[in-house]
Design a binder for this molecule. Sequence first.
Ligand code: HSE
Length: 430
Amino acid sequence: MKDINIAILGFGVVGSGVYTLIKDNKKDYEHREELSLSVKRVLIRGFDCEPNIDKAPREVYTLSIDDIASDTDIAIVVECMGGTEPAKTFVLKCLLAGKTVVTSNKELVAKHWPELEHAAKTGGAGFYFEASVGGGIPLLRTITDSLQGNNIRSVMGIINGTTNYILSGMESDGRDYLEMLKEAQGLGFAEAKPEADVEGWDAVYKLSIMGSMAFHARVPLEKIYREGITKISALDFSNARMLGYTIKLLAIGKKRDGNHIEARVHPTMIPLTHPLAAVRSNFNAVYINGNAVGDVMLFGQGAGMLPTASAILGDVLYAAHREEHRYQTFQNEFEPREPAPIEDDWSCAFAVRVTTVDRVGVLAQISSCFAAENISLLSVLQQPTESAAASILFITHVAREKAMQAALKALELCDAVISVDSVIRVENGQ
Ligand code: HSE
């Protein structure tokens, strides 16, 4: 039996969940893994401000990271503080002291991965973060271990539970956006700052991590296109449904010819028949295409106390069995070090809704804005409005992003157009 002493940094929902899971499953881990896990230390901010303080005996708590970093009995540190500071300083200290770190902190990993990995190598420690993307879904190790025989061509996922919860409620019950956001906040999986979820930042952090692992090339945050869900309306949903689509906030990573990688997070119309269309409420799912395996979809809870603790314990047990740790290097000469910027080679179909004056020749005028950019129209639908204006929905064939941006500029200058109300990208398959 191998004894493993653990420290937990942060004792909120996730940290206390990890503590509980270790306590509840201790005997099972001993029996199955021949590992005896004990939580020796828990780092908290203060004794008066920790709602979960009664879950562990007083003597395990400390207010000082040095009590953990300098304790040679502690082998694994679980970071559940969130945010970048002081989490980064504390994690670096532990890694350099030779302690393996397991974290669920997507922002920390996405922003500081090279520095953290360098510290892990220097300290001879492991650095694991399965819980940072897709919560309890076994995703990152599936990509790096089970699917390693493949060249992964695309990853497409619903990796933010809050926005999926909001969009699902708007779609199925016609619920109001703000009402759904409040409900998500009450259920405990929304980020402290709503924009982290609804403006797509959380999904961008996760796509940066997942895409880097899938494509063996670092996908930096600043190369990921980002658009949130705040402009999506009930009319967008009814139009999508009429056409056989739904709308999801998708994180999309694709490897293009010449090894370019596109990475983007935005509201996306997908066919109701696509497996991701059936992923509702706060569930997450990632649809992966590998050159050998074809399509694989992983589905589950992307947040929450025990689902996140499940992924963390997976990493803890994995690391506890290893003398030598594995690192992501991104130094393969056959792969791009950095993906090409998105404007270079990103193509998809678009749904564009505009309000126009209702007079002879308007359609011809608007169509010419698309035609001038070589954008072909798949369908055009004029819908009645209560005013004299017309609401027209254009669905395009696959077009270049740059061409669409130019067409949108021309539309805004067109005297027949009162407003461009909505532009939603459409994905039909991978
Ligand atoms: N706010 C995140 C979500 C939590 O809604 O998915 C998990 O990272």
